[in-house]
Design a protein around this ligand. Structure first.
Ligand SMILES: [Zn+2]
Length: 68
């Protein structure tokens, strides 16, 4: 009988998102999303992303290595 919030699925893994971590399902997925940010896979025109810093972050954050 418990009501579940109508949150969209996690954009990272597709599982039901949690209110606590939305729009993600967990902190891990949020971190993965952040890693993609730094890797330059995301293009957000409204945000300034220094391309020179991008390379530095790519070395520190490797989302693919987090899987498992
Ligand atoms: Zn997820």
């Amino acid at each position: 009988m418990a009501k579940q919030p109508a949150l969209p699925p996690c954009p990272i893994c597709g599982q039901p998102a949690r209110e606590q971590y939305r729009p993600f399902c967990s902190r891990r997925c949020a971190d993965v999303d952040l890693g993609r940010w730094f890797s330059g896979q995301y293009r957000v025109p409204s945000t300034e992303i220094p391309s020179e810093e991008d390379e530095k972050y790519t070395r520190r954050v490797d989302p693919d290595d987090e899987v498992g």
